[in-house]
Design a protein around this ligand. Structure first.
Ligand SMILES: [Cu+2]
Length: 105
């Protein structure tokens, strides 16, 4: 576990072009690891992966069928539109590091 994995952080997302956009740093965890979004609006998350190795090579959002490879030292963007209010967990391919997307009305 790394530098960013201990303290939960909430983040407000900007909405340029009608989308909810945020960059999440990936280095020993996700920073921020708690993200607040609105239901029914496109979410565009850019994972800025600042490390290599197996742990964070994939990011998985089971609820939206996302299992995305994150090349080391590169930015990778995923998109989905949350369809219901609640908490959507995401995690690395091994289920070792975790984050949450809090979907609100
Ligand atoms: Cu892992």
């Amino acid at each position: 576990m790394g530098l960013f994995s201990t303290k939960p952080v909430s983040a407000v997302i900007n909405q340029p072009n009608g989308a909810q956009e945020l960059t999440i740093t990936v280095r020993g965890g996700y920073s921020p690891n708690k993200v607040a979004v609105k239901v029914g609006v496109l979410v565009r998350l850019t994972f800025d992966r600042q490390e290599e190795g197996d742990c964070t090579e994939y990011v998985v959002i089971d609820e939206y069928g996302i299992n995305q490879q994150l090349p080391p030292f590169a930015k990778t963007t995923i998109e989905f539109t949350p369809t219901k209010v609640g908490t959507v967990p995401f995690h690395c391919g091994m289920g070792m590091v975790h984050g949450k997307i809090i979907v609100g009305a």
